[in-house]
Design a protein around this ligand. Structure first.
Ligand code: PMP
Length: 396
């Protein structure tokens, strides 16, 4: 089947696999064992990869903490910060459309006596549907607020949030800002300095790198970002996250980001072109196609995109997205009926936009990526059209 589920994960680029291979079989030392050549070589590889990753994101190498992925990075940022700063306050601010890897740690904090404000976004039908007004963040901040957490790009509707403006609000109020940038890194230009975030999560497997590796950027300098480690043990990474480093993963994630950044200027345009072709094709052949999230060509006043170039999320109204997935055996996409196999019921993101449960259940999410071609888009249009026409006929 044609793969168009690149928000869920991506194929590891063969060039990334090639860069990783020596670190399984030849340079297999523990980077903590610097007393011998095996360890020293692994240590050097980690240092080079960290320097590359940091440089690509406008950070310093000391500001990067490696984790097992963005889920762990989000947990470390949110729970680690809340635990360490509870004497200063117990209030956190986030958004209803965040990933579960942010919402669940927040829910857990609520059970432990913290207070969480979840902000609303622009409603379905608006040209900026899903967008968070920075003014809302300003209004939500209280004297006891210790952290604001806002994602950069949404994994379902691709909306890109105004992080630099939100960072200005947070800085003005003396509140730290965490950003889940998992879907944005490598897809649009991302610089921690330009965004002004204090903490930022990202992951290898969304950028054509390996699964099971991610990182948390933690800003150095004043004011100091204090957090409690969530995984303790051997004291690796300055005690901020213990455990033997995943050397092949780190090397692979760094190589993956290099490739994304090299190709970004042309790839952004190419993917936006494929995505527009897909939407136009569906609209032409099917009735009742509704776009979920911001208008495809929407830009902010500075001219930046408001939507990830490879993202399309559409609702069809009268059919079940799950049934469409079952009907199509040659196209891999996902449905807003179950945005993840672990989340029962319609997507919380689409419900937050104000879609009814039925409309949310009728949606499909496409994530176009590096290996997709115009011919594949044509074929995807045909598959979706025939599946939906068939289901509509059956429903009479
Ligand atoms: N945040 C966002 C926005 C995501 O899209 C994902 C992956 N679905 C995650 C966090 C979790 O990332 P990981 O799989 O690396 O834990």
């Amino acid at each position: 089947p044609i793969y168009m589920d690149n928000h869920a994960t991506t194929r590891t680029d063969p060039r990334v696999v090639e860069a990783m291979l020596p670190y399984f079989s030849e340079v297999y030392g523990n980077p903590g064992s610097v007393g011998h050549e095996y360890g020293a070589e692994a240590h050097t590889a980690v240092e080079l990869a960290t320097a590359s990753l940091a440089a690509q994101l406008g950070a310093d190498p000391q500001e990067i903490i490696f984790t097992s992925g963005a889920t762990e990075s989000n947990n470390l940022a949110i729970r680690g910060l809340a635990e360490r700063n509870q004497r200063r306050g117990k209030h956190l601010v986030s958004v209803r459309t965040e990933h579960r890897a942010v919402l669940d740690p927040l829910e857990r904090l609520v059970q432990q006596g913290y207070e969480v404000t979840l902000l609303e976004v622009e409603r379905h039908g608006s040209t900026r549907a899903g967008w968070l007004d920075p003014e809302q963040v300003a209004e939500a901040i209280q004297d006891d607020t210790i952290l604001v957490s806002v994602m950069l790009a949404n994994n379902e509707i691709g909306v890109i949030q105004p992080l630099a403006e939100i960072a200005a609000v947070c800085r003005h109020s003396g509140v730290l800002l965490h950003c889940d940038a998992t879907q944005a890194v490598g897809k649009i230009p991302v610089s921690v300095r330009e965004l002004g975030v204090d903490l930022m999560s990202f992951s290898g497997h969304k950028i054509y790198g390996p699964k099971g590796i991610g990182a948390l950027y933690v800003r150095r300098g004043s004011p100091i970002v204090r957090f409690s480690p969530q995984i303790t043990g051997g004291g690796q990474q300055g005690g901020r996250r213990s455990g033997t480093l995943n050397v092949p993963g780190i090397v692979g994630m760094a190589r993956a980001l290099e490739l994304c950044i090299d190709e970004l200027p042309t790839e952004e345009e190419r993917l936006a072109g494929l995505r527009d072709q897909l939407f136009a094709g569906l609209q032409e052949r099917l009735s009742g196609v509704q776009l979920c999230g911001p208008t495809l060509d929407e830009r902010n006043p500075a001219g930046d995109r408001l939507r990830l170039p490879g993202n399309l999320d559409v609702a069809f109204g009268d059919i079940d997205g799950e049934a469409v997935l079952i009907e199509m055996d040659n196209l891999a996409v996902s449905s807003g009926a179950t945005c993840s196999s672990h989340e029962p019921g319609p997507s919380h993101v689409l419900l937050a936009l104000g879609l009814s449960e039925d409309l949310a259940r009728s949606s499909l999410r496409f994530g176009l990526g590096r290996f997709n071609t115009p011919a594949e888009v044509d074929s995807a249009i045909k598959s979706v059209t025939s599946a939906i026409e068939k289901l509509r006929k059956l429903a009479g």
